[in-house]
Design a protein around this ligand. Structure first.
Ligand code: PRP
Length: 176
């Protein structure tokens, strides 16, 4: 299998910029919550690197869970055809929950997930997204904690993929 072609990549957000922003987000989240653990739920797969760095920027007890969501084919459109492929292990009843996303695009994934998790009666539920691409939004949902707003370009790296490649790039890059 050939190596992924890196010649068409342009750095949009450097690893240093990402690190600095996540430290600020972690401090903001820590200050916003009363004592007690925050249940951080990462959406597979794209959020895992962001989640790993974000939890280390929050100086308190957190619990980490992962949830899997699948869309039918590439048709992740206003039809909202998404389904759960992997559930979390913990009960969320009475808990403070933050859903952690790498990018909010159409908002279909998050809208589905928030509705699902609300049924489990958490005390609070918010969204932390590293990237927000509001120009693509089909659902009226906004992350409560947002790293960066990005233009409507295809971005990879720091967990985000193109056909499963590039997730391990330390920077976030535009594919040109
Ligand atoms: C991406 C991303 C979000 C979702 C956002 O996941 O990680 O979960 O799409 O899109 P939306 O706002 O239009 O719903 P993807 O389906 O590419 O899976 P991955 O995280 O495994 O790469």
């Amino acid at each position: 299998m050939p190596e992924p072609d890196q010649s068409k990549l342009r750095v949009l957000l450097s690893a240093a910029m990402i690190h600095e922003r996540i430290q600020a987000l972690g401090a903001e989240i820590h200050a916003a919550y009363p004592e007690g653990p925050i249940y951080m739920i990462g959406i597979l797969k794209g959020s895992w690197i962001f989640l790993a760095d974000l939890v280390r920027a929050i100086p308190r007890h957190v619990r980490v869970e992962f949830i899997g969501i699948s869309s039918y084919g590439k048709g992740k459109t206003s039809s909202g055809e998404v389904r759960l492929t992997k559930d979390i292990d913990a009960s969320l009843e009475g808990k403070d929950v933050i859903v952690v996303e790498d990018i909010v695009d159409t908002g279909v994934t998050l809208t589905y997930l928030i509705q699902l998790l609300q049924q489990r009666r958490p005390r609070s539920i918010k969204v932390a997204a590293l990237l927000d691409k509001p120009s693509r939004r089909l659902r009226p949902i906004q992350p409560n904690y947002c790293g960066f707003t990005v233009p409507d370009e295809f971005v990879v790296g720091y967990g985000l993929d193109f056909a499963e490649d590039y997730r391990n790039l330390p920077d976030i890059c535009v594919v040109e």
